[in-house]
Design a binder for this molecule. Structure first.
Ligand code: ZN
Ligand code: ZN
Length: 365
């Protein structure tokens, strides 16, 4: 078999017979191809350049292609096999559509800066595009294209703190989508600034690694107390929700101060400034404290994070103040004959200091 029989449009372009370039035609389609053989002309060391479309079509068959390069007796045989493989792949009905989507998508991506393309799936159905906001925060819009793109709107994943509402028409493009995303990002600048100040100036215990979509923070107050605040991303200057955790002896006075002073909440100041002013305290700062001081392990299982649970139940004895997971403490008290039950509360003794301690029964008991 000769090369020209299999691929009449592929020509050798050098005297050594080691460089071929041209087209491989498969089912009425022409695919550009360049093959460089090493000086020893061994096929297994050949370098084959294909156009992106072929690359993606054969993505799943890379190992097979490499194996055939190793085993085929000559270039003509290899090209013949490559042609058959492409015929089979192209013959799958979904491929046609996917080629249509991919060429449409490449046009659309050309209209966006390619450097902003963070990821593209081998099937071209998912693209991730970056958008930087005015405070150099990087956001990623993950777009899943419908197989009938652009007739049907894509679905989007993102790190916005609420739903991304966008307008899509059959003539919309990724560029339109991206500009709507950028406008939405713009509207959350104050929210991210407020959260950013908290992340920077306090010890945030939860979420462990806050992302831009998280609307709450649990902030360390002392070694065994914390406050969890939740903000409305559309009104980040107000306190939407607030919950104290820890020993009553520490959190009760703070709770009272906050409630008493709440009318003095000043929307022109940040949430952190308001909280400190109203509770007449300062949050421990990463500048002069270590996070370990605020992450008290459970006195029963000696871990901090147990599945999703944190040791939020704290012994009320000021000399003890040992934190426990609710579930650990409940299991522990259940095994003791001295424990008493009333409704869904278990009364028992702190395993550490033996002073009275209570725990609310965990669901499922
Ligand atoms: Zn525990
Ligand atoms: Zn105790």
């Amino acid at each position: 078999m000769d090369i020209w029989e299999v691929c009449p449009q592929l020509v050798c372009l050098n005297q050594d017979g080691t460089y071929y370039e041209g087209y491989l035609s498969v089912l009425d389609q022409e695919f550009h191809l360049a093959i460089t053989l090493p000086p020893n002309r061994l096929l297994k060391d050949a370098h084959i350049d294909v156009e992106p479309k072929v690359f993606y079509l054969l993505q799943e068959y890379q190992t097979l292609v490499k194996q055939r390069l190793n085993q085929c007796s000559g270039l003509a045989t290899f090209l013949q096999e490559l042609k058959v493989l492409l015929e089979q792949v192209l013959d799958q009905p979904s491929q046609e559509q996917y080629i249509r989507v991919s060429s449409q998508l490449i046009d659309e991506l050309n209209s966006i800066n390619w450097e902003r393309l963070v990821y593209i799936s081998p099937t071209f159905h998912e693209v991730h595009i970056s958008a930087d906001d005015e405070h150099q925060r990087r956001h990623i819009l993950k777009v899943q294209l419908h197989s009938e793109h652009p007739r049907v709107a894509p679905t989007c994943n993102h790190d916005l703190p609420s739903k991304f509402k966008f307008v899509w028409t059959p003539s919309s493009t990724l560029k339109d989508l991206l500009s709507q995303f950028e406008n939405t990002i713009q509207s959350y600048q104050v929210f991210w600034d407020v959260m950013g100040e908290i992340d920077q100036k306090t010890w945030v215990l939860e979420p462990e690694k806050p992302n831009y979509s998280a609307t709450y923070r649990r902030i360390a107050i002392s070694s065994n107390s914390s406050i969890q605040i939740t903000l409305d991303p559309c009104h980040p200057e107000n306190l939407a929700q607030c919950q104290f955790m820890g020993a009553d002896s520490i959190v009760d006075p703070l709770k009272q101060k906050l409630n008493f002073n709440l009318e003095n909440w000043d929307p022109h100041r940040t949430v952190l400034q308001n909280l400190e002013d109203l509770m007449e305290m300062e949050f421990p700062s990463p500048n002069n404290t270590k996070k370990e001081e605020f992450i008290g392990e459970c006195g029963i299982c000696y871990t901090y994070r147990l599945d999703m649970e944190l040791p939020t139940k704290v012994c009320e004895n000021p000399q003890c103040g040992q934190p426990y997971h609710q579930s650990c403490l409940h299991e522990w008290l259940k095994t003791l004959s001295t424990s008493r039950y009333s409704f869904n509360i278990v009364f028992g003794e702190c395993p550490m200091c033996t002073k009275p301690i209570t725990v609310t029964m965990t669901t499922g008991d």
